[in-house]
Design a protein around this ligand. Structure first.
Ligand SMILES: [Zn+2]
Length: 242
């Protein structure tokens, strides 16, 4: 026969063990939930700009043609109206409007010009896309339609601009019977950044719009926006056009 005191000790020891076990399993549950939340959050952020655009049902701006007659007319290497893809630029100017940039380009077209400009609220085509422009140097100029993006300064305006840029890219591909093909990672295809043209073909040492996408993505969506995400958005828009 055991004493009451001894019995009490055993009971309390068992009770402590049970409580400890429960705390352990509670801790594990909380930890698991936390890890799952982090994973879900990372996945959401990774797709956040494109997701934000589709969640808010953003529709692109209307393409406005304001063709300026002053630009020279040179054929692409395969001829008039035969571009081989689209190059996406970004001005690198944090303090300009789309109208400032267009005015500047008309004045300085002898140094460089592109076909179109895009911001959160406009897609403005200023040079005939059947002829080449001078935005990436040789040999890319003789191959690609090119447009500039203006730097935006809010989450909403950046998302609107990226949607406009992706829609305009998809529109041009469709217009010239070009199939979407991401050229950024292998130097072959129809959708280019200025940076990828410079990397695979030369002509300049520019890297845009990668830095701008990275900075604006981090600032407004806590994660860098990338050309491969942009390409996915082009595909979405292309499917909607077809
Ligand atoms: Zn550029």
């Amino acid at each position: 026969m055991i004493s009451i005191e001894f019995e009490y000790k055993i009971v309390s020891k068992v009770a402590t063990l049970v409580v400890k076990k429960q705390i352990n399993s509670l801790f594990l549950t909380v930890l698991t939930v936390l890890i799952m939340l982090i994973i879900v959050n990372v996945a959401a952020n990774a797709a956040s700009v494109n997701h934000y655009i589709s969640a808010h049902h953003y529709s692109p701006s209307t393409i406005t043609k304001q063709i300026w007659k002053g630009f020279p007319h040179y054929k692409y290497r395969h001829g008039k109206g035969k571009p081989e893809g689209v190059v996406v630029h970004e001005t690198g100017n944090p303090n300009s409007t789309i109208f400032d940039e267009i005015a500047y380009m008309k004045k300085n077209y002898r140094n460089a010009f592109v076909h179109s400009f895009v911001d959160d609220d406009h897609i403005i085509n200023i040079a005939n896309t059947d002829y080449l422009c001078w935005g990436v140097g040789y040999p890319g100029n003789a191959r690609f339609i090119q447009f500039e993006q203006i730097e935006m300064h809010s989450k909403k305006s950046f998302a609107h601009e990226v949607e406009n840029a992706a829609y305009y890219t998809a529109y041009l591909l469709d217009e010239y019977n070009l199939k979407p093909n991401d050229a950024v990672y292998d130097g072959k295809g129809t959708v280019w950044s200025h940076g990828s043209v410079a990397k695979y073909m030369g002509g300049s040492d520019h890297t845009d719009p990668v830095g701008y996408y990275k900075k604006a993505g981090k600032k407004y969506f806590h994660k860098a926006y990338t050309m491969s995400q942009f390409y996915q958005l082009v595909l979405t828009n292309y499917k909607n056009i077809e």
